[in-house]
Design a protein around this ligand. Structure first.
Ligand code: BF8
Ligand code: SF4
Length: 624
């Protein structure tokens, strides 16, 4: 047993944590310790610093103040804080989606030679979905018109998001009743901020319904646009194999990592590392090649489409630098710990920022635009290669060998694997071979043993014949545990094992990055439409066992509002309002046919999900 085995289940992480300790490097785990005990008011959500009459806090024991200076009570303060988290999560995904819309428009206007349409068939399909008559117009003109139609989804011109047309009618009726159909992406996010300004919306239910609407603007708006356009511009993922863990770094090669979320940057780096001149330069510096690997969601994007290996998830990002083997890390935005620049100072690793939205101390800024992306990518890769000579070989430690992992399960790929329609999946569910499906998504959080929450929950689910779809940082956890290869069927229950064996797929499907949770929504909508029922009637569930980010709260909200029961492994900051807790954990059922549960123990979380799926099967008249 390693001395770090209470922090992480991953061997590579344990070895690197030891090295970090020996080399005096602080990690998120160390900083968490220094923060403890964390503020109890903030943990309960009852502190407010929205205005300058505050900051205010409500005494959870009922002895001290029960109202803020403005008169807001615990319910209002808790709801406002939570709603602002949802708004920020929606903004993050949606602003990422917007960047892809802007690139698509530049392609359409022929203003960039760096980006092209990789999946013209999908461009045509989505353009048709948007009501664009593609018959007599060029591919470029189609791209321009689609980009501009999507821009309207961001604004207030349409009054309803285009992809809402994918949602079953029964679900739209549910949303109509409580007035949460998203009207425009930016509209809902900005209204969320408006409503939570002091003196605007002061009804906790009303505040939380706007949080729902803002989350739906992400799930069926910003994220869905992000996914569909990434497929159009960079290619719709197809199944294939890659590798995961820190062992994907190569001792004899220049190692370059991409970190963040946007494929706009990482795809261009991918082109530069494959260039012959760059390779020749690397060889002249004594390296045998240039090795590109991913971190977090931009890593997922490259893995899905290009089978580029993944070095790690959220809590591994600092530890990759500790290997001493990384020449450069290129970041775009989201989930990039500000500590990375500082840690890189202790090694030879060069850090680059690429978006004016996301600048960091100790990182060099190299702004990427659709016009200069290729040039900038080559500049960074050249510098990374030159940096190989500065590597201190004595400090290099690559702690393990990589694990093989299967990826690339876009909706199109899943449908193709099923033979062209969802019918075989529906039949397998009806026959009880597959009891249901669960999306296991989200982050790492040092408050939960790293990757333990993901891996244990997933193992329990597949053993119970529940097909698992993974996104975000869960992919690395599942991949490292050997759960994302066809051979993992041996860990599945007999029915799921049979289906996976017949199709040659793993019981745990890598469906992409966090914006790609929209792929799960598309499948849920298609299943419901095929069966003629609402989504909440299906044997589906979602879980975020180790979530940390505002984006994860937004995902949880749109999953729940779509009718999918959602289990969280970390308590959100709502404990200070019994009314909000009651609404979240049961009241929402009466409105959306789904609610949240909080369960940090993955074994207990698995029981919650299997019982929920059994109940849904019973209600559908299917064998349990
Ligand atoms: O968007 S799973 S830690 S990397 S927030 Fe971040 Fe969470 Fe990872 Fe991707 Ni998603
Ligand atoms: Fe205090 Fe109200 Fe201002 Fe919040 S909005 S800081 S509760 S006065």
């Amino acid at each position: 047993m390693s001395e770090f085995s209470d922090l992480t289940i991953c061997k590579d992480a344990q070895i690197m944590l030891k090295k970090a300790q020996e080399e005096g490097i602080q990690t998120a785990w160390d900083r968490l310790k220094k923060q403890e005990p964390q503020c109890g008011y903030c943990e309960l959500g009852v502190s407010c610093r929205i205005c300058a009459m505050g900051p205010c806090r409500i005494d959870p024991f009922g002895e001290g103040p029960q109202l803020g200076v403005c008169g807001a009570d615990a319910d209002i303060i808790v709801a406002r804080n939570l709603a602002r988290m949802v708004g920020a999560g929606s903004a993050s995904h949606s602003d990422h989606g917007r960047d892809l819309v802007l690139v698509l428009r530049e392609i359409g206007l022929d203003k960039t030679s760096n980006y092209k349409i990789a999946d013209a068939a999908k461009l045509m399909l989505i353009a048709k979905e948007y009501g664009i008559n593609t018959d007599k117009i060029s591919e470029g003109e189609t791209a321009r018109q689609l980009a501009e139609a999507m821009m309207e989804d961001y604004g207030m011109k349409k009054g309803i998001l285009s992809f809402i047309s994918r949602v079953p009618k029964q679900r739209i009726d549910v949303w109509k009743k409580v007035n949460v159909i998203p009207r425009g992406i930016d509209w809902e996010i900005s209204e969320m901020l408006h409503r939570t300004h002091m003196g605007v919306d002061n009804d906790y239910v009303s505040i939380l319904l706007q949080a729902v609407r803002s989350s739906l603007a992400d799930g069926y708006g910003g994220s869905m646009i992000g996914t569909e356009l990434s497929d159009i511009i960079f290619g719709t993922p197809q199944p294939g194999f890659s590798e995961v863990n820190l062992g994907v770094l190569k001792e004899d090669q220049v190692n370059i990592l991409v970190h963040g979320h946007s494929p706009i940057v990482s795809e261009m780096i991918c082109i530069a590392v494959e260039d012959g001149d760059m390779l020749a330069l690397a060889k002249s510096k004594g390296a045998t090649g240039i090795n590109l690997a991913g971190l977090c969601c931009t890593g997922n994007e490259l893995m899905m489409r290009k089978k580029i290996p993944m070095a790690g998830n959220h809590l591994m990002t600092e530890l990759t630098i500790v290997t001493g083997a990384v020449e450069a890390i290129i970041v775009d935005y989201q989930c990039i710990m500000p500590s990375l620049g500082q840690i890189a100072q202790c090694y030879h690793t060069k850090m680059y920022t690429t978006s004016d939205k996301a600048k960091f101390k100790f990182m060099e800024h190299v702004e990427f635009t659709p016009q200069n992306a290729r040039e900038q990518a080559f500049k960074i890769v050249r510098e990374a290669v030159e940096n190989f000579s500065r590597r201190d070989k004595k400090r290099v430690s690559i702690p393990c060998t990589p694990v093989r992992s299967m990826t690339g399960f876009s909706v199109e790929a899943i449908v193709a694997a099923l033979g062209g329609t969802l019918t075989p999946l529906i039949e397998a569910i009806k026959a009880g071979k597959i009891k249901g499906a669960a999306g296991v998504v989200g982050c790492n959080n040092p408050k939960i043993k790293h990757d333990y929450g993901h891996v244990e929950l997933i193992k329990g689910l597949i053993a119970n014949d529940i097909l698992v779809l993974t996104t975000g940082c869960v992919n690395v956890a599942a991949g490292k545990a050997g759960l994302q290869v066809p051979e993992a069927k041996e860990l599945a229950g007999p029915g799921l094992k049979e289906i996976c064996g017949a199709l040659g797929i793993p019981p745990v499907l890598h469906v992409g990055s966090c914006v790609d949770n929209s792929r799960i929504l598309v499948i849920a909508c298609a299943l419901a439409n095929a069966l003629g029922v609402d989504i909440d009637k299906l044997p589906l569930a979602a879980a975020a066992p180790e979530w940390y980010s505002e984006k994860a709260v937004t995902i949880a909200f749109y999953a729940m509002a779509s009718g999918i029961y959602t289990v969280l492994g970390v308590m959100p900051p709502i404990g200070g309002s019994t009314k909000v807790v009651e609404l979240a954990t049961s009241g929402l059922n009466n409105v959306f046919g789904a609610c949240f549960a909080v369960e940090p123990d993955p074994v207990a979380a698995c029981t919650l999900i299997t019982s929920h799926i059994a109940l849904k099967r019973k209600d559908l008249g299917l064998g349990v």
